[in-house]
Ligand binder design. Sequence first.
Ligand SMILES: NC(=O)c1ccc[n+]([C@@H]2O[C@H](COP(=O)([O-])OP(=O)(O)OC[C@H]3O[C@@H](n4cnc5c(N)ncnc54)[C@H](OP(=O)(O)O)[C@@H]3O)[C@@H](O)[C@H]2O)c1
Length: 307
Amino acid sequence: MVTHMKHTAEFLVFGATGQQGGAVARALKERGGRVRAFVRDADSTRSRALAAEGISLAIGDLFDPASIDRAMAGIAGVFSVQTSSPAGEITDAQEVWQGKAIADSALRQGIQHLVYSSGGAAGKGPTDMGHFDSKSEIEAYVTALPIASTITRPASFMEMLLLPGMGLPQGEFSFFMKPDQSMQMIAVRDLGRMNAEILLAPDRYAGKVIELAGAAITGKDLERAFTRAAGRPIAYRRFPEAVLAANPFLHRLTELLDTGLLAGAADISALERQFGPMISLDDWLGGPGKSLFSAALNHENAQIALR
Ligand SMILES: NC(=O)c1ccc[n+]([C@@H]2O[C@H](COP(=O)([O-])OP(=O)(O)OC[C@H]3O[C@@H](n4cnc5c(N)ncnc54)[C@H](OP(=O)(O)O)[C@@H]3O)[C@@H](O)[C@H]2O)c1
């Protein structure tokens, strides 16, 4: 029998002012969960928005373990996520340090269940990409601790598609896939929904590693869906060789897609049976991604910003 956390249980969500944590916190709230968000600045616009939605705030910093311990008091389940080096704020070693600090605190504080949000490329051997290998290291650390934990590995976010610099204002779109090559992706909203379900049913999910994705998307799918959403032709191509040659980071990501590692390992049908229907690319473009798409389409001075 599946045991759901009692409705009085409170969940601590890291990164709640960001994409993943924000989606998890809101999905928990929608399901009647009590949520505490770990935030650095209670006065930021995003922290205030969380508070206005009935989410309580615990002030702290991931570099301050005492503040993590304080935030965990009385908590049943924890959602752990860290930023990574491509965002430019921390090194890979610091990401590992923060991921371990949360896990250590969860153990000290007797937390019932820790959900660590990793990444789709983790746990499959070395990748030579620091922000993927960092996640493999945190995963190994978390699973070795004597604490109930679940590892979730999200595919690339659909939101990533609309970073500036992919060519949309010029009527084209460049990304990692060859036109016929497919890559699993996920809408951040689905990621939030699934992690919330996992937090609410620890007995069902503890001890598991779950690859999360909502759709397998080819370059041609992007061309069709973007053309439809824009109401004018958007031609798809893989990043040109000159761009890849000048950017070792993008180049390595493309290689990892070609070897299959970044193509995604989620069983999307099984996820849909377990968690309900996933948001398709078209539905995402017409819903949660609509304003992002419009902004990307109309961006005048787009630069390559993906790192
Ligand atoms: N993008 C993708 O397609 C993808 C796919 C799979 C996995 N990932 C992984 O997802 C992770 C990033 O998640 P995200 O996109 O949700 O991040 P995000 O939107 O950039 O948000 C980062 C969050 O972390 C908080 N934070 C940063 N430093 C902190 C500190 N020292 N103490 C406390 N809180 C801190 C931020 O709070 P403030 O409001 O205070 O800044 C913010 O809430 C990365 O590890 C990345 O590799 C990304």
